[in-house]
Design a protein around this ligand. Sequence first.
Ligand code: ME8
Length: 509
Amino acid sequence: MNIKKTYITTPIFYVNDLPHIGHAYTSIICDTVARFNKLDGKEILFTTGTDEHGMKVEKAAKKKGEQPQDFVDKVSQNFKDLSQTLGIINTDFIRTTEKRHKSSAIYFWNELLKNNQIYKSKYSGWYSVKDESYYQDKELIKKGNVYTTQDGSQVDWIEEESFFFKLSEWQEKLLNFYEENPDFVMPKSRMNEVKSFVKSGLKDLSISRTSFDWGIKVPESEHIMYVWIDALTNYLTSIGYPNITDEKMEYWENCIHIIGKDILKFHAIYWPAMLMAINHTLPKTIFAHGWWTNEGKKISKSSGNTIDPNQMIEKFGLDQLRYFLLREVPLGNDGDFSQSSLINRINSDLSNNLGNLIQRVVKFINKNFNNSVPNSLREEADKIKLICQGYEMIITVKKKMKEFQISKCLEDIFFYIDELNKYMDESQPWNSFKIDPKKAGKDLSILIECFRVIGIVLQPFIPNASKKILDILNINNESRGFNNLNSKNILMSNHVLNKPSPIFPRYEK
Ligand code: ME8
């Protein structure tokens, strides 16, 4: 397998409503992982898109008095626009109403059929339209005569003819697969959850519905394909299924599905079972991140407390929002979206510690060293503690990114920025310049090299601000990859710097 290729996917989002902060969160995580891999020399595919079929979407269209197709065209565009506003570097945007996807889903279905994995019977049981999911009694909470899911979603009792996927046949094979591939589901705690769900017994899965129309028709039948079979297949459609080239297969073998914890069961149980059932290789990793609340409260449309990412970006800035979401909670944990915490992060980490530091140093060099890096440190760089600390930091950051510890990476980078601030305060180049300009020049050159390191390392996390930093340092585009993080590429004396523009202005109410 060529590990130089990586395929990253977001879930495809339901188009029953406007995009909100949770959708933006997953997209930003995937974008960070994609950019990181790219800067690390990998070729990437990165897909996102919209999940447009099913009862939930059909109901939403009806409520608006619109034809489903007109409705989904509009709402899908909102998600496309959000991807643009977020500036994510996705290489594909897939819609499940596209022709390429319908034929791929039908092919997938026929493969299951060919392998004797589908049979017709009658489904009677619980269904939640909100989650587009079937539930067993043991998964529900009973209050009086009313049943709900653990998350409070309403469930309805349904009885209808249905096709079934022989999920129960895959229980042992799934458990063996998890044993052999402990990183298939991450974080570890989620893997344990998945294992215990599978161990508790898998029932065959109803994979078609007859009580509504809005979906892909099951071949030679009046049934509609269960929206999750339709949706999961998108990950294959995007790489050309059923005609996946060898090159695209290399991407697939190194595929990372990043999802919210709400849809773990579908990705970590149903999806691998179905892929095994058609003798297809499995993706490499499924990472389930946690859930955001809004100022301590569960985000829901009925409480009227959804957070519009567009508004947040307008108010606080894109990199500011990215930084907050990525830094505030360890990936995998739940987080609370509080504007005061966001403002704190902007003013202390981004504005004071990072933005001010760079501006002060570059302004001083502009004024007193004719806009140029004072000293050439190439020969001695590997002996200068602060610089070496920067080169070493990228090694640990790479290790932590492999484990999806994004907030820890930012913690390390900002710890390093604190060290730079300390160095600046202790060496006081603006004072030493008056009595020992050579020493001031060397200290400032050390700091410039450290800025080059953080400018490059921060690119996946806060790409726009990093671009500003690297532009101020006048570093050409070809020299911004991680392979430049060594003393060979240090800026030499007389390298001209650009005038600093504010990187992170303080947020004032
Ligand atoms: O489930 N906090 O689509 P969906 C964090 N179409 N992330 C959140 C969030 C929150 N409060 N709310 C939503 C679907 N998300 C299916 C997926 S994939 C083959 C089909 C994010 O529109 C998170 O990534 O309900 C979650 O998994 C996803 O949005 C659910 O999006």
